[in-house]
Every structure is written in C-alpha cells, then in structure tokens.
Design a binder for this molecule. Structure first.
Ligand SMILES: [Zn+2]
Length: 420
C-alpha cells in the first residue's frame, strides 16, 4: 500500500493503470489498495468532465485534508515560512523579521505561532501538521537536529531545534543547513537544472549545497559538507574573518565583505547596506562593479576547485550580488572555464538562480514530502489517519524497508508557478 501511495505522491501517478505501470503491481492489487487509501482519506478521486466519448477519467491525488507540511527557512535577519498540503502544493507563504540573538526558544516560538496562524487563516487545522523542516544559516548536525557553533547566533550552539519543535507539534522535524535546502530547491526546477547540482549562495556569508545525481543532498559524515565560507583564499592572509581566522572566502568575497570595503554601512537597518549595493550595481556604478567582479574572481577560484572535486552538471549562484547584475556570474564563469579541466567543464552549466530567495523554502518542502512518504513516514501517517477515525479501515502494509530498499527518492517536482 505504501508503494501505491508513494507512486501518487512522489511520482505523480493519477490513475490505477499508471500506478500499475510504475510499480509493477498487478491491476487487481492496485485496485484493492487504492480503495483502502480512498477509504481512510489519504487519497481522493476526482471524476473529470470530459468531452471524449467513453468513461470520464478518474484522477487520483493525495487528499488535501490528510495533513499539512510546515517549513521555515531561517536567515540572519528574516525567516521565510510556508505551509503546504502533503503533496507540496503551497497553501500560504509568510515572512518574519527576526533577530536571532533573541535566542532559539523565542524565535522557534514565533515560528510555531506563525505556522498555526497561517493554517487557521487558510481554513486548515492548526494542529494538522505532519512534518516540519527548518533550514538554519549555520553548520547543522542534521542527525541531532541542531546548529553547531554558529557565528552570530548566541544560544543556538547545540540547542535541540528538532526536539523543541517536535515536542510542540508532536511530529517529526528535520533540521538542515540553509544551503542544502536551497540546492534541493534548485533541483525542483526541472530539466534546466540537471544533477549533480552545486548551489552556492553569496550573501552575508557564503555557503554551498550539493545534490547528487540520484537527487540526494550530500551532507557528508557530520553535516559539514558544503560549508565553504571558511576555505582559505591564497593572497588574502591579512583579511581577518569573523571566525577568528584569516583569509577566509567569506571575509574576502561575501556581501558583508564587499559592503565593508565600499563603506556601505546602512546604519541601523541590516538590509539597508544591501539595498544600496544592489542599487549601485543596477545603475552601473564603476567602483561597485569592479569590487563585485573581484569578489567573483575569488569565488571562481574556489568554484574551479569544487568543480574538480564534485564534477557537477549545474552550478547555480544566488545572493543579492548575483541577482542584481551579471558581472559576478560572468567572472565566476570565466575563471572556472579557464581553470578547470575540459572533462569537468564541457557540459557544465553555470547559471544564476531563478528562484531568488524561495529556493530554501522549496527545498524544505521537497525534503518534507520525501520524509512524509518515506517508509517510516507513511507508516506513522497511515496509523495516525486510521486511529483518528472511529471505524478504521482494514489496514495492512508491509514492514518498514520491505521491497523498496533500493528505491531512489522521487523527484517530488513542485509547481514552480506557485512560488514566484
Ligand atoms: Zn572564517
């Protein structure tokens, strides 16, 4: 039954025949299992109007009332939030301005209230969340669900973000690094962002996420993979980084570094300097463009190395400087194509994000949908749906792990138009 549910949820099957074709299960087996899933409210079936002769088509989908997903992409000064149904279709988006220095309990409390409020406002059960995903602008131990020694986030080091929210909502919570979620979000764009995909965000810091050829995030042994901001750049040994070391990539080429060099302080508003920078880039200010090109050349040097290590098919750049002008992107392109080996670059596409700041949210939703429809997720979903009904249907599903052990994750393509 889990295979049938997953083929509708992740592979987009809409009919019994399609499920049978995708899963290899007999039509009669699919028919029986679809009836059980319809009976317990996890699937719905809509009969479409059709002018074609014959029976009108029946379209299967994951029920929009089976539960919801809540995602937050936490940045240094802002949090973006979304609630979706279980198939990842957007219900509502929101954003909060935050000061992470207030500490994790206050910030996570704000997220919980906002999610509940968003669900209430859109006519959904505020306690109907089935899965939560949170992205943090920090090195994240995803197995423990916490940030590890995050700079500029007092009180967050080792704070159990996952357990805190899990207790609040009594649901599973996945905590990840924001760059990992953004990389996953970029892959949801479809064909023009082929995998393996390396996504690099150049913002107040610099972080990277890698999605492998089979669609998994490469987090490394401890979750530190892609944390490239503190790689040492040769020739910049005199530049002090916020981490206490010298010559780090983000101390030389991040937005923060460029703003400091150009003396665009922005006063008390942390976003004002970035707005000024974007304005100067848009108006073609020579000094600003020159400094941003220098940053692009430094980023390009590190990217050329990463291209050798990972051999991605697509390299996606994002962040205010990339989104305001093409100069940073073209500088990175020229350095990477010049320095990396032909085998690694001949099919490599280097591009700017089209998702801008929603990549992390979209990636969070992709991850949440996968978690909901993992073996473990579906077992708890089916059990909770069954126990919430007075006369549970005869539920029978195979033990966790049986049959699907080597299955690659579904692509969980999200309709991009919802998110623009
Ligand atoms: Zn550093």
């Amino acid at each position: 039954m889990m295979t049938v549910l997953r083929s509708v949820a992740l592979d987009g099957a809409t009919s019994r025949a399609e499920i049978s074709r995708l899963t290899g299960l007999a039509r009669s087996t699919v028919g029986q299992q679809v009836e059980v899933l319809l009976g317990c409210g996890l699937l719905t079936e809509e009969i479409m109007d059709s002018s074609v002769r014959g029976r009108p088509p029946h379209v299967l989908a994951v029920s929009t009332t089976a539960g919801t997903i809540a995602v937050a992409d936490v940045e240094v000064n802002a949090v973006r939030l979304a609630v979706t149904d279980l198939s990842g279709t957007l219900i509502l988006r929101s954003a909060l301005t935050v000061d992470l220095a207030r500490g994790p309990e206050a910030i996570l409390g704000d997220l919980a209230s906002e999610w509940r409020d968003m669900l209430s406002r859109s006519g959904h059960d505020p306690d109907g969340i089935r899965q939560i995903v949170v992205g943090l602008p920090a090195p994240v131990d995803y197995q423990r669900g916490c940030a590890v020694r995050p700079p500029g986030m007092p009180g967050w080091d080792s704070f159990p973000v996952g357990s805190f929210l899990s207790q609040e909502f009594n649901v599973p919570v996945f905590v990840d690094n924001d760059a990992n979620l953004a990389a996953l979000g970029e892959t949801a764009r479809g064909k023009d962002t082929e995998k393996p995909l390396l996504a690099v965000r150049i913002s107040s810091g610099i972080g990277a996420g890698l999605v492998t050829a089979n669609g998994e995030v490469h987090r490394g042994a401890d979750g530190a993979a892609g944390d490239i901001g503190h790689i040492r750049v040769p020739g910049y040994e005199e530049v002090l980084c916020s981490c206490g070391k010298r010559g780090c990539l983000e101390a030389v080429a991040s937005c923060t570094a460029v703003l400091a060099d150009l003396e665009l302080t922005g006063g008390n508003d942390p976003e004002a300097g970035v707005k000024q920078l974007v304005h100067l880039l848009a108006t073609g200010d020579a000094k600003t463009l020159s400094r941003v090109r220098d940053a692009g050349a430094v980023v390009g040097e590190i990217m050329a190395t990463l291209v050798h290590v990972y051999n991605p098919r697509t390299l996606v750049l994002s962040g205010p400087m990339t989104e305001a002008c093409d100069d940073l992107l073209s500088e990175v392109r020229s350095v990477v194509y010049r320095q990396a080996l032909p085998l690694a670059t001949r099919k490599l596409v280097i591009t700017a994000t089209r998702l801008e700041q929603t990549a992390g949210l979209i990636g969070g939703v992709v991850l949440a949908v996968r978690e909901v429809f993992s073996d473990k997720g579906m077992e708890s979903l089916i059990t909770s749906v069954a126990t919430s009904r007075k006369s549970p249907p005869p539920l029978q599903f195979p033990p966790v792990g049986s049959g699907d052990n080597n299955r690659q994750p579904g692509t969980a393509q999200l309709p991009a138009a919802d998110w623009r």
